[in-house]
Design a protein around this ligand. Structure first.
Ligand code: 26W
Length: 793
């Protein structure tokens, strides 16, 4: 059906005529999506069959989030059908871009961690590796963000009901998960606790095709849905209440991306995902259980799926009747763990009481893992505080990160600096106890979505200069370094960037009725709102620029548009107040008869994968200004780099490696280093108050802020005041803001030299190849999973 444009158009029209006329864009979208869905079915079946047939080792990527975004466009790009279909639809009077907008975006993730999982799925399939995703089919993805009077509002989303899904219900693979209940241990015979009076939940998988590029590999993303079990498994009592209770398990994604709320429903979600996925892997295996680790690799995406460790032990001990040592040997050779944050408040701890109540057998196994590990640690005559750091269960709390490290054969951070901090500070004792476990895997992004799909204009320009090979091997982008002195190429690049800036301006005028000056510098700060990402420092700097324009008539800088986009976790008041502050300062500046010609502040609502795809290609400046040591990696920084935006940031996370690639003269770096931050934290020698007293500009700006005049009332900044003043500015905003301001001035001056700026942009693109998630996945496979490519016939 896609073998030629004519054949495609014929099939499309035939299917369209079966719909009530005139067919709406939504209908046209569903028809096209249905055609693509059907087209990949055969490769999907064949890939699944091949993996079985050839007994290949398979990876299962356990993640509580998969921020996949829209699939139609990406699938067409990966099938190399995008141009053909786009032309065919044009000739039929349809715009592919418009049809793509009809696809509801399944917001099955919060931010970095969820999107990384989605990029990994795309790379694993495109590298023809046998790897699958295991997640939860949340009915309600992340809330959609609105603004009312500058404050964030949250509306629940429901992506399932209004879309032709890409996924298929696999009733045949449904299974059951026990919660609560109690254990009964029979006196005689082998130790095999019976799980009595459990409350059973039915788990039904929905499989989604993950279409790889350059080959016919189609892997599976399996998302589990919680449902009421059949009659015989129902507890007596009020069924409706029970149904309600059961189905909430896969109802909503938790909107937090940095604070462990410790809610029972979240724990249910985590066990539901682990048990359903593990039961299927063990049940449908076609090899002896004793060689599981040879046939299966399981990667847990942060600690959220860490219950996979005791759950696999339960299955091997209780269902396969294996002795402890053998079961532990298999488990600790099958599971590996990735850590994505060092923030204390994000490190998950579950109360022993809650775990024992909800998962009595799993908790019993965790106790035994903890007892045996404590026993081992005690043989090493360690200091009491070291033993405390090594304890899995401590003060009635189970530390999931410690359990994850003890139960995994490999543990990695997501950027060199982050992994070093994990080994030297956060997990120092564990690293010393397991000297060979810790390794680094610097994150990556799929260039097929974030360059080829989001910026086809730039892709074509690159291919016109260096050919197409870079699409399969992004290290070939290095060849662009030969064009950094080529004024024609630099001019063409500038034209493409301007085209993307115009497109974004048109999109935001249409979507948010804001008028953007396409000639202005597009400066973007787009990511989740969090204290350590320092959106506060950005908006306070903009206020300083405004004050300067008001006081200094000679200061009339090149027009700049400051873009902010991102959501704040519902319960994170500080972050929500920063959003309000940005919108009140925006209103002041954007309506100021003088300043509005030099500064423009835009808050793009409801940040999502689709909106990100329109923003990254249009950026000139990439704001990566986190307090050094706090951002594990960042992946937005890589998306900006690949689209030729220049990084203005701190030496933090993967930005350190970005500057390693570009050289300091192709970026704008400022601020405290990670070492300096950690030193200040250790010695408690930073006193924010000093900066307020000794620096006039800062004290003026802070008193303006605290007066409430920037936020329509001091009540709207009390969380900000508390952090900056009472909590002594834990993210060093006042310490770094003047260096930040000077660095912005440097960037502005550099921008005036147009050719130099284009040259810097092209160097960034040329050096971005290493940040493709294809490189990351090759490293995981070579050094952790040991997967082999499976060439489909
Ligand atoms: C328990 C609540 C919770 C939920 C999500 C705590 C922590 C998380 C995630 C780990 C937060 C997250 O998304 N971390 C980001 O992961 C990216 C992918 O590795 C990194 O690039 C970011 O630096 C990191 O903040």
């Amino acid at each position: 059906m896609f073998y030629s444009k004519e054949e495609f158009k014929e099939n499309f029209v035939k299917l369209l005529e079966q719909q009530e006329q005139p067919a709406s864009p939504k209908t046209a979208y569903s028809i096209l999506a249905g055609m693509v869905r059907e087209f990949v079915q055969r490769d999907w079946d064949e890939t699944t069959y091949l993996y079985q047939e050839e007994q290949r080792k398979q990876l299962y990527y356990f993640s509580i989030e998969f921020l996949i975004g829209r699939m139609l466009g990406q699938n067409l790009v990966n099938l190399s059908l995008y141009e053909m279909v786009s032309e065919g639809l044009d000739e039929l009077g349809y715009s592919l871009a418009e049809l793509e907008e009809q696809e509801p975006e399944p917001g099955l993730g919060n931010g970095g961690l969820g999107r990384l999982a989605a990029c990994f799925m795309d790379s694993i399939a495109s590298l023809q590796m046998p790897g699958h995703g295991c997640g939860i089919r949340y009915k309600g993805g992340l809330f959609s963000q609105g603004l009312s009077d500058g404050f964030q509002t949250e509306q629940p989303t429901d992506w399932i009901n209004d879309s032709v899904g890409w996924d298929t219900r696999r009733e045949d693979l449904a299974l059951y998960i026990p919660f609560f209940g109690k254990l009964q241990v029979s006196e005689e015979g082998p130790f095999k606790p019976e799980h009595k009076d459990a409350k059973w939940v039915k788990a039904v998988p929905y499989d989604m095709p993950i279409v790889g590029a350059y080959g016919n590999t189609v892997n599976t993303l399996r998302l589990w849905q919680a449902e009421l079990p059949e009659q015989q498994l129902l507890p007596d009592g009020d069924i409706d209440a029970y149904q309600q209770q059961v189905e909430t398990i896969s109802d909503r994604l938790y909107p937090d991306d940095s604070t462990d709320e410790g809610k029972l429903l979240r724990l249910k979600q985590q066990y539901f995902l682990c048990s359903a996925s593990l039961q299927t892997i063990v049940k449908n295996r076609d090899f002896p259980i004793t060689v599981l680790a040879k046939h299966v690799a399981i990667q847990i995406n942060d600690t959220h799926p860490a219950l996979a460790i005791p759950e696999l032990m339960r299955i091997l001990l209780d269902e396969e009747g294996m002795p402890w040592e053998e079961a532990w040997g298999i488990t600790t050779h099958t599971i590996s763990y990735t850590n994505h944050t060092i923030l204390e408040e994000a490190m998950e701890k579950w109360s022993s009481r809650m775990l024992e109540q909800l998962l009595p057998r799993v908790y019993m196994i965790i106790q035994e893992i903890d007892r045996r590990f404590k026993e081992k640690c005690h043989q090493e005559n360690l200091e009491p505080e070291a033993l405390k750091k090594l304890a899995i269960i401590d003060d009635g709390m189970v530390k999931m990160a410690t359990l994850a490290v003890v139960g995994s054969y490999k543990v990695n951070g997501v950027a060199k600096l982050h992994t070093d901090i994990l080994k030297m500070r956060e997990m120092k004792e564990l690293n010393e106890h397991f000297p060979h476990k810790f390794h680094n895997k610097t994150n990556g992004i799929t260039h097929r979505r974030w360059l080829m799909k989001a910026n086809p204009e730039l892709s074509d320009l690159i291919s016109s200069a260096i050919g197409d090979e870079w699409k399969q091997d992004t290290m070939k982008l290095h060849k662009l370094n030969e064009f950094t002195q080529d004024s024609v190429f630099l001019g063409d690049f500038k034209a493409v960037k301007q085209q993307k800036k115009n497109q974004l301006a048109d999109y935001l005028l249409d979507q948010q009725t804001v008028t953007i000056d396409p000639e202005s510098i597009y400066d973007m700060h787009i990511k989740r709102f969090h204290g350590y990402k320092r959106q506060l420092m950005n908006i306070l700097h903009i206020q300083m620029l405004y004050n300067r324009i008001k006081e200094d008539a000679s200061y009339r800088p090149h027009p700049r548009t400051f873009f902010f986009a991102g959501k704040a976790a519902k319960s994170y008041q500080f972050a929500k107040q920063v959003i309000k502050l940005i919108n009140t300062i925006a209103e002041q500046i954007n309506t100021d008869p003088v300043a509005r010609h030099h500064l423009h502040v835009v808050f793009v609502e409801d940040y999502s994968v689709s909106r990100a795809e329109k923003m990254f290609p249009a950026a000139d400046i990439s704001e990566q200004i986190s307090t050094a040591s706090k951002e594990a990696s960042g992946t937005g920084n890589m998306k900006f780099m690949m689209n030729g935006a220049i990084t203005l940031g701190t030496f933090d996370g993967a930005t350190v490696e970005i500057i390693e690639q570009t050289g300091e003269d192709n970026a704008f770096i400022f601020g405290l280093s990670a070492q300096q931050v950690m030193q200040f934290e250790k010695e408690k020698t930073y006193h924010a108050r000093e900066f307020i007293e000794k620096d006039h500009e800062i004290s003026r700006m802070v008193s303006e802020l605290l007066s409430g005049s920037l936020s329509k009332g001091p009540e709207n900044i009390d969380f900000i005041r508390r952090q900056l003043i009472d909590e002594n500015d834990p993210f060093f905003v006042l310490k770094d803001i003047q260096h930040y301001a000077r660095t912005h001035n440097r960037a502005l001056a550099e921008y005036e030299d147009n050719l130099a700026w284009q040259e810097m942009s092209v160097v960034n693109i040329a050096q971005s190849g290493i940040f493709s998630s294809d490189r990351t996945i090759r490293q995981y496979s070579d050094e952790v999973w040991g997967l082999e490519k499976v060439h489909s016939k």
